[in-house]
Structures are given as C-alpha cells and as structure tokens.
Design a protein around this ligand. Sequence first.
Ligand code: SF4
Length: 257
Amino acid sequence: MRFSISQLKQFARCPYSYYLKYKEGIKIGGNINLVVGRAIHKGFEMAIKSIKTTGSFAQKDIEEVVNAEFDLLIEQGEHGDASEEQIEEGKERLKIGLEAFKIYNFPKQRDIIAVEEKFVSPDFIDGNEIVGYPDLITTDAVIDFKTKFRTPSEVDRGDFFQVGYYATLGDSDKAVLVYVILLKKGVKIIEREFVGKELEQAKTLARQTLQIFDTAIKEAEVNGVWIPSGFATGVCSWCEYGKQGLCEFGCGGKIKI
Ligand code: SF4
C-alpha cells in the first residue's frame, strides 16, 4: 500500500475521520485559521527557496507572497463559513505573522539541502510506501514548520509520528518542529528539537505506528468498522467533522446531557 503522511496523521487522530475523509470522500470546509496558517507556511517555503538559490530573501517579497496566498485561499472559499469580521481578524493575525520572517533564524544557504521536496520511502515496513514532503532538510536536521494560535502544551501525537518518519529520510541526527505561534499581542517562535534517545523513540514510534495502521486499515477495509476514537482522546473538540455535524459520533466539544 502507499500512504501519505497526511493520511497516517488523520488515522492517528481518529480512524473514523480517516474513513470520512478518504473512504467517503467527505470534504470539510476550511476555516480562517487554516487560511492564515497556509499563507504563513507559503511564506516560509518561499523565503527558504530564495535563500537556497540566492543566499537571501527580501521581507517585502515575502509579504507580497503571503498576502497573495491569503487572498487566493479566501477567493477559493478555504475560509469555510468565516464571517467578514473573522476574515478581518485573520488579516490582523497575518500581519502579526509576518514578523516571524524578521525574527526566525533561517539556515544558511550552504546548509540547505531540500525544501518541500517529495520523498517516497519504499518498503518502509512490510512493503508499504510512504509519501511525504518535509518542509526543510539541512545538513544537520529535518525541519517542519507548524503555525499555531496558542502555545502548545505538548507535542501532538501526529506531529511526533511525522518527526520520527521524516528523521528516517537521509538518516538525520536531529529533527526540529518550528512552532510559529500567532498570538494577539505578537508572534512567538519555539523550536522543539528531537535528538538522541528521543529521536530514536520517534523513529521507533513511526515504524510501530505504521505497522499498527497497516493492519488496522486492512482490517477496517474488510470488516467495515472504523473506530471513532476522537471522543476518548479529546480530538472531537476541534475536529471539523464533529463541529460541522458530519460525524454521527463526534460531539463537537459539547457533551450533550
Ligand atoms: S468528531 Fe470525533 S469521532 Fe467524529 S470523526 Fe471527528 S474526531 Fe472522530
């Protein structure tokens, strides 16, 4: 089988959401935070590509790219049912986010190996191929950017799995999650490094998780049972399937009495 990292992360969060998305093909409307996050992410991609080819980037150019991406996503309806007021709030957050390009310590040109390149890891385990697009690979680390709207208290399970898998590409000794946190009062960047034992744990988790998913997905395909686990793990509270009433199990964060 061939899996993408996104598919596996979806399954890790809740098998039933995997079923709704990939088996039923139910698309969920986006939201304004998603639009802001994707626009900022595009900015990082452009900035690093520019550093890789020319050695630097111009803040003005990145601002143009980020703003254009934001407008495009809004035009495409990726903001879901966000109101005009929420779109304006999103623009304010975007402005705050643009400060990230001034404070982030970008890698040097000579250290950049790959930016958003497709990697297919053949035969990662039991003949399964995994497709992923690590944001950035440098001479000493594999790096992934995550935009957040509040400071995360822990590393998301799906992100830990992703880190472990990416770290197996090119045998990196270090993996880094770069959290770009857009708070109302300003932007904050937290780099969470995984090295040594912790990185090995992440790699082991990635392999074990894939093995479990491989078996679980094949079984679910045969018996038609996709377990709605989000309620037990707290994922339902932010799952768009639940919030938009598309999941018969999810409570959208509100426990009915
Ligand atoms: S609402 Fe909860 S149970 Fe339903 S798909 Fe989302 S996470 Fe799974």
